[in-house]
Design a protein around this ligand. Structure first.
Ligand code: 5GP
Ligand code: ZN
Length: 142
């Protein structure tokens, strides 16, 4: 696996900075977004530093999407949201702010009127941690 010492998501993979992990396998990691667009907002990344959707090798991209589906199923079961957006921002012009491929699993609430650029507003860490446990429970990984 290839990591970038300066990449915040590589640091999360290596445990150098804390995260609310909800699913992990040999090639991917899912964890809660700390600036959630909505409650239950999760991120899925490959355990390989690749900057974005267009650069990503197919096998890492595939593994990441499969994990995103598992996470979305657990989010669906936990929150019964109105819908879920599976989002990948490609490039700064699309509001990509972290250049390590990541897939957003973003639950929607009816009438939330969430914009595609939902902004980075820090969430309540206790609430995020509690939701992480509930989502994990629905993936059978507790
Ligand atoms: P992008 O804007 O690149 O599509 O999404 C990057 C996401 O990473 C943002 O939603 C942002 O909240 C999240 N993020 C940035 N830094 C951290 C961090 O240190 N921990 C976690 N859990 N999420 C982060
Ligand atoms: Zn990285």
């Amino acid at each position: 696996m290839t990591f970038d010492a300066d990449c915040i998501f590589c640091k999360i993979i290596k445990g150098e900075i804390p995260s609310f992990r909800i699913l992990e396998d040999g090639s991917t990691l899912a964890f809660m977004d700390i600036n959630p667009g909505n409650a239950g907002h999760a991120l899925v990344i490959p355990k390989y530093h690749t900057p974005d959707f267009l650069e990503a090798p197919e096998d890492w991209l595939s593994a990441t999407m499969v994990t995103a589906q598992k996470v979305a199923r657990a989010v669906e079961k936990t929150l019964e949201p109105h819908g879920i957006n599976i989002v990948v921002a490609h490039g700064a012009g699309a509001a990509q702010s972290v250049f390590h491929l990541h897939v957003h699993v973003l639950p929607r609430a009816e009438g939330d009127d969430l914009r595609l650029n939902w902004g980075l507003v820090p969430g309540d860490m206790d609430a995020i941690g509690e939701l992480a446990e509930r989502i994990k429970a629905n993936m059978g990984v507790l």
